[in-house]
Design a protein around this ligand. Structure first.
Ligand SMILES: C[S@@+](CC[C@H](N)C(=O)[O-])C[C@H]1O[C@@H](n2cnc3c(N)ncnc32)[C@H](O)[C@@H]1O
Length: 310
């Protein structure tokens, strides 16, 4: 299999904002620092300096972003450029973007070494499939068994963990749920653990659909969750008690009115993936559509909104 590698050369100040965004649209992000930056950051940099300086960017940082070979890279590059155009970033005019196709490398499995069980909310605990046998849990824990593969949704990204906290708070046994942009399937599995079998999970990305199906089987909930390829709620005709979407602000904005129509009275819209700069605008749009804002959560520059159809 081949991969697309997009390299973005920029100032170090832009690292957090860009990598947070790029993590949500790609299959993986890695940051390369220049030796000058490493010199400032590492006390013991002997080992680093034995490496060839050619392996590091000459100045600033390089953000490497990976996409699988099925992606439309012209569209992805345009999306990234549009984000850079809108975001509040340092020295935008100096940002350089290059793109190349590379052969599959073992980094596809490398991240597994760093992914371990962790508690994400009062009761939800994420347990990687390879740690299931050894995990010692409490009676009240709700275990989400996960092998996220190359789909987004390991639970450690703030946009996902805030959704899990809202799910824990709002989903009641028997509620009907739609999880738009399911990724690894993590939020649908969480909804099932709250006691409902009325769940629909959708994604526009075929690789995510495949990974979500594997995770539903792993969690023994494939009978409770209907999985479909879909673009937001555009073709949706069902009614739901809770609509969940952890995508990006401009995508959430596109689905606010449809979410209102698809919800039952007093149903909840859990919206996440919204950068802090855009959350006021999203809340205004929600209110215009008829929603009442019940709660907002903020973590590391990301906002999640719990809105109720009143
Ligand atoms: C940030 S990930 C969220 C994954 C998971 N729900 C979570 O909370 O961790 C966003 C997901 O939305 C999907 N997505 C993006 N645009 C979409 C669209 N227009 N319709 C449906 N899914 C979409 C992506 O493929 C990706 O799997």
């Amino acid at each position: 299999m081949k991969w697309h590698e997009v390299a973005i050369h920029t100032k170090e100040e832009n690292e957090e904002k860009l990598s947070a965004y790029l993590n949500t649209v790609s299959k993986g992000v890695s940051i390369e620092h220049s030796i000058d930056i490493l010199r400032g950051k590492i006390d013991d940099f002997d080992e680093k300096f034995r490496l060839d300086p050619k392996d590091y960017p000459a100045s600033d940082i390089r953000i490497l972003v990976y996409f699988d070979e099925t992606q439309n890279m012209d569209a992805k590059l345009q999306e990234i450029e549009a984000f850079i155009g809108e975001a509040d970033l340092a020295s935008k005019e100096d940002i350089r973007i290059t793109h190349e196709v590379i052969e599959e490398a073992d980094w596809e499995n490398e991240w597994k070494k760093h992914f371990h069980s962790f508690r994400v909310s009062d009761t939800f605990v994420i347990v990687p499939s390879w740690e299931m046998e050894d995990y010692k849990y409490h009676e009240a824990d709700r275990l989400i068994k996960l092998d996220p593969g190359m789909a987004f949704g390991t639970g450690d990204h703030p946009t996902t963990s805030m959704c899990l906290r809202f799910i824990e708070k709002t989903v009641k046994p028997g509620d009907s749920i739609i999880d738009v942009g399911t990724g690894s399937g993590i939020l649908s599995i969480a909804a099932h653990l709250m006691g409902t079998d009325e769940i629909k999970a959708t994604d526009i990305d075929e690789l995510s659909i495949k990974v979500a199906q594997e995770n539903f089987v792993l969690n023994d909930c494939e009978e409770a969750i209907r999985l479909e390829t879909a673009d937001l709620l555009k073709e949706e005709d069902g009614k739901y008690d809770v609509v969940i979407a952890n995508i990006l602000a401009h995508v959430i904005e596109e689905m606010i009115e449809d979410a209102y129509v698809r919800l039952n009275s007093n149903g909840y819209f859990i919206a996440s993936g919204i950068i802090v700069e855009k959350h006021e605008r999203i809340m205004e749009k929600m209110k215009t559509a008829g929603f009442s804002i019940r709660e907002i959560l903020e973590d590391n520059g990301w906002v999640s909104i719990l809105a109720e159809k009143v």
